[in-house]
Design a protein around this ligand. Structure first.
Ligand code: SAM
Length: 457
């Protein structure tokens, strides 16, 4: 039996009354494993797996495989994500106009579970800004976003108040998946039990209040804020939102639920909350609520103060042959050539000149004195025109060796010299450069598989 702090036991008994016993027994069980496919990369979904009912292209696995040993994970074909948190899809489908051009901010985004989900829901004209305040985590987020392969996502590393001051009334939708006391992860990550205390709950609640207040200004009137945590206590959930309502004007939006999902709806001060408990739903603890900011007056867009991106020179026009979609504009960010959807030229200039950008749009190539070097993100991009490249399709063993940053055996590669796209099951993984006497592996060092190869093959 897991030893939970007494204060946590009391809190759950108070919340769940006679149900608390079944709740605590569920916490002794095994956390389900689930993943969500990337519809832009995988068209044929597996048969025979149980679907996550509130999400599309998402499944439970009967047991946890060694995901690192599957090149498809590194190709961004799927994201391993806890099932309850995929409920964000319902909030977005039911309350955000996904067929229109939207500007969406995922404020607390690392490692990227919600952002990859949002990226799959948005159309290609829309913008997703995935932000993470902790620098090292922003890099992990950027890796996951690049692997997911959409060309309309930017990753930034900024404090919420900084974003609000730079981009007032800019976003149509903001997702705040707040840092929390993590009670919902007690089954999955037992170490979170040791970090829990009533003081930690209080600290989290105050921090969440601050985050909500800090980011509110950047939501346009009439815009939607989706707030979520992976914790059960009310101080970080319903009570926090009720307190927020005392100084910020919004309506709470209701979600339609299928009763078979087992999601619990709560109402506090006219605020609807949606709770996931492991004894009622197949997933970990989760809370979500949808707020609509009052007002609908048109607010003028912030001005671009300086151009952070310059137009690409004519001699880089050949890069257009790398792109399937002609509705893209090439820009230069320092030495990087990037392709931006035409619909996002203004937004790209604005956010690139206002925020600390880690990566964004699709980064195609770096120009240096000797020519250009293709960027890993381009290999993973779903808009890449593969016909423009020599390709080597790798088998499982060679794909893992490539991802491990081993020397690539020239014998297994395409005979053509120069840049080659490495693929696995027809999905891009990265680049090599084939010379007359050797092959250089250009897979990024920071992304390489670190586990020993004999454990993988
Ligand atoms: N949304 C992510 C996903 O689905 O993969 C998980 C986000 S996690 C629950 C919360 C994130 O908030 C963490 O990455 C953490 O670094 C970040 N965070 C911590 N303090 C913050 C603050 N003061 N403002 C904004 N974000 C913060």
């Amino acid at each position: 039996m897991t030893a939970f702090p007494n204060a946590f036991k009391n809190q759950m008994q108070h919340l769940l009354k006679e149900e608390s016993e079944t709740f605590f027994s569920a916490l002794e069980g095994v956390a389900p494993v689930s993943l969500r496919y990337n519809p832009a990369k995988i068209s044929e979904l597996p048969a025979g797996l149980q679907q996550v009912p509130w999400a599309s292209a998402a499944f439970y696995l009967p047991e946890r495989p060694l995901f690192t040993a599957d090149p498809l994970l590194h190709a961004g074909a799927y994201y391993v994500q806890e099932a309850s948190s995929m409920f964000l899809e319902q909030a977005m489908r039911q309350h955000c106009k996904l067929s229109e051009k939207l500007r969406v901010l995922d404020l607390c985004a690392a490692p990227g579970g919600k952002s990859t989900l949002i990226a799959s829901l948005l159309n290609d004209e829309s913008l997703l800004l995935s932000n993470e305040v902790i620098r090292s985590r922003a890099h992990i987020l950027s890796e996951n976003i690049q692997k997911w392969g959409k060309g309309n996502v930017w990753v930034s590393n900024n404090d919420p108040s900084y974003i609000s001051n730079s981009l007032a009334s800019f976003f149509d939708v903001i997702v705040v998946d707040a840092p929390c006391s993590g009670e919902g992860m007690f089954r999955k990550a037992a170490n979170s039990i040791e970090e829990w205390s009533p003081q930690a709950v209080n600290h989290c609640s105050l921090r969440q209040q601050r985050i909500l207040h800090d980011i509110w200004k950047s939501l346009r009137p009439g815009g939607i804020l989706i707030y979520s945590t992976c914790t059960y206590n009310e101080s970080e959930n319903e009570l926090n939102l009720a307190k927020f309502k005392e100084s910020c004007d919004f309506d709470s939006l209701k979600l339609s639920l299928d009763s078979s999902w087992g999601v619990t709806e709560t109402v506090h001060n006219d605020i609807f909350g949606y709770r996931f408990y492991p004894h009622l739903t197949k997933g970990e603890g989760f809370f979500l609520s949808v707020l609509k900011k009052s007002g609908d007056k048109n607010v003028s867009d912030p001005k671009v103060k300086k151009n952070a991106l310059s137009k690409a020179a004519k001699d880089s026009d050949f890069l257009k042959s790398w792109c399937n979609n002609p509705n893209l504009e090439l820009f230069k960010r320092k030495e990087l050539m990037i392709a931006v959807p035409n619909s996002l030229s203004y937004e790209a200039q604005l956010i690139e000149s206002s925020l600390n950008i880690v990566s964004g749009a699709v980064e195609l190539a770096e120009l240096n004195r000797k020519g250009f070097i293709p960027i890993p993100a381009a290999a993973l991009w779903t808009g890449l025109n593969k016909d423009s490249f020599n390709i080597t399709e790798l088998d499982l063993e060679n794909a893992l060796k490539f991802l491990h940053l081993e020397n690539v055996n020239p014998e297994i590669t395409n005979t053509a010299e120069g840049w080659q796209l490495m693929t696995y099951k027809n999905l891009g993984l990265g680049w090599i450069k084939k010379l007359s006497n050797r092959v250089n592996n250009y897979y990024p060092k920071e992304w390489r598989i670190r586990m020993s190869l004999d454990k993988l093959i």
